[in-house]
Design a protein. Structure first.
Length: 543
């Protein structure tokens, strides 16, 4: 789960409760079902099967397993970190029903999907009423006063009372009307929506209208649109959207956002967690829905992060070659990442053997979730000779320039052995030649060179290559951090024109190119080498 999830959950649950909740969220991601028997069967606790089932039942009965207690603070932080205040956000009001379950929910439309914010189980089947809709929305709207909210609703939610109440709350709305409703245009004529002349490929827009003959209320806008037929796809009817937004474009753009909640219901049912398979009711069902929401939100959050890191291509095809939109949602990427990683880990020995049989493709196989190369580039410098260097300066120089290199190499060896990776240590021309006035720095870099050679000798049998690069004067902040003033540093760089046979100081990008080469498969037969990249500096006398 994301770190901010864990912080909020740990604040409300005991450690045992938090750990069990974490296990259940991981099970939901792996099994993709909310069926209690399936979760109990796979719960990795060494107790009797019946004991595992009862443990889950007791957990779902916990009084802390409430939306207001566990979920509200999480989605509030998520919203605050992703959406600046006063920015427009879209909420979708909808209802889903299966078997004897009737669930009314309000969701935040985010990245083409809906994140459930709050829901209630209705005590009856069929449509919700205004009182139930108002009670549900109030729970959420009170937390969203800092945002420009637009509430979206299908035809079930287009009542005169709801629309008027939302307007009174200072909230925008885009609610779809039934085709048999009437509107009164500015010329005073009442017209049924079916008779407005809307046809495939057409759009209409009316301002300042009244709606419904029996409960007429005015000063609303109507945006109507019937999608044009495309190939074999033909919309059965158009949209008539009642709104207090200011234009046709705003109204249509808003209402299209509502499709995210349809996608969310599919994700939670057939496409994700098989919600309709559960036999739970009442409070246990509410607890299970909370767990599913935590899992759904976590998968969506992690999927977006994987996509931002451009790692989603390891999980799924990102999009069709000719399509502009993504093939899979953030939720899909996050959900199936769990499955992919779990299978990879359970079959690790087989996977490693398979990869070893394809050395030519090893670079492509190993770019996710493992260490390919270690580059030790941290360093400090301080002026001082044998008489003026203090013990603190000596220890600091060797700790950072040498000991840190040794410790990181030691820690990374097991990982690099698995990937056939390499180590590149950034040393210095001062490791190859002696220079006055930087005694501790010269000693630390000479030690790095010897460490490189010794490690290359020892690690070669493990398939790990170890090399070093030895730059001359390179334009960085190294010397300024070591105490050199801007004026002295400018003079130092100018002096490099005389001390380097190629007539200039180097650039960090030039060193990086050499490091990249040594880390690549093009350098597979190179190890134990200290590479000079110094404009010829090592070939000159110290001056």
């Amino acid at each position: 789960m994301p770190q901010f999830y864990q912080i909020h959950l740990k604040a409300q649950l005991s450690l045992a409760q938090f750990l069990l909740l974490s296990l259940l969220v991981q099970l939901l991601q792996s099994l993709r079902t909310v069926k209690l028997e399936s979760l109990a069967a796979k719960l990795p606790l060494p107790i009797l099967a019946e004991s595992r089932r009862r443990k889950l039942q007791r957990f779902l009965d916990l009084p802390q397993l409430k939306l207001e207690t566990l979920w509200f603070s999480i989605w509030q932080q998520w919203l605050a970190e992703s959406t600046p205040q006063r920015q427009r956000i879209y909420l979708a009001l909808d209802r889903t029903q299966w078997k004897a379950i009737n669930l009314l929910t309000v969701s935040w439309i985010k990245d083409g999907r809906a994140i459930p914010l709050y829901w209630v189980l209705l005590p009856h089947l069929g449509s919700s009423n205004f009182k139930q809709q108002k009670s549900l929305l109030l729970k959420v709207l009170i937390e969203l006063k800092a945002y420009d909210v637009v509430v979206l609703g299908d035809r079930e939610f287009c009542s005169a009372k709801l629309a008027r109440w939302l307007k009174q709350q200072g909230v925008y709305c885009a609610l779809r009307l039934r085709c048999n409703e009437y509107i009164q245009t500015t010329d005073g004529v009442w017209v049924q929506l079916n008779n407005l002349g809307l046809a495939p490929g057409l759009s209409l827009y009316f301002e300042g209208i009244k709606v419904t003959k029996t409960h007429g209320f005015g000063d609303w806008n109507l945006a109507a649109y019937w999608r044009r037929p495309y190939r074999k796809r033909r919309a059965k009817e158009g949209w008539f959207v009642l709104t207090n937004l200011d234009s046709f474009g705003q109204a249509m753009s808003a209402y299209r956002q509502r499709m995210g909640i349809e996608q969310m219901f599919r994700d939670c049912k057939s496409g994700g967690y098989q919600l309709e398979d559960t036999g739970l009711k009442g409070e246990r069902l509410m607890g299970l829905l909370l767990l599913m929401t935590l899992a759904y939100g976590a998968a969506s959050f992690e999927g977006k992060k994987l996509r931002q890191l451009q790692l989603d291509k390891y999980i799924a095809r990102s999009k069709d070659a000719a399509a502009a939109s993504l093939r899979h949602s953030h939720f899909y990427v996050g959900l199936y990442a769990y499955a992919w990683v779990n299978v990879e880990q359970s079959c690790q020995t087989t996977v490693e053997t398979l990869l070893s049989l394809s050395p030519g493709k090893r670079l492509f196989y190993r770019t996710f979730g493992r260490i390919d190369a270690l580059v030790n580039s941290a360093g400090v410098i301080k002026s001082g000779n044998i008489e003026t260097t203090t013990m603190d300066e000596w220890n600091k120089m060797l700790d950072i320039n040498l000991t840190s290199v040794f410790r990181l190499m030691q820690k990374c060896v097991p990982h690099l052995e698995q990937t056939g990776g390499s180590i590149i240590n950034v040393s210095s021309v001062t490791g190859l030649r002696s220079f006055p006035g930087v005694l501790a720095y010269c000693v630390s870099k000479a030690a790095v060179d010897q460490l490189t050679r010794c490690a290359a000798l020892e690690l070669g049998s493990k398939g790990i290559r170890v090399n070093a690069v030895n730059p001359g004067v390179v334009v960085t902040n190294l010397h300024k951090r070591g105490g050199m003033s801007d004026e002295d540093y400018a003079a130092f760089i100018e002096h490099a024109r005389d001390t380097h046979p190629l007539g200039r100081a180097g650039q960090a990008e030039e060193v990086a190119e050499l490091v990249y080469f040594l880390a690549s498969e093009k350098a597979e037969w190179i190890t134990g080498v200290t590479y000079s990249i110094d404009g010829g500096r090592a070939q000159t006398c110290a001056r």
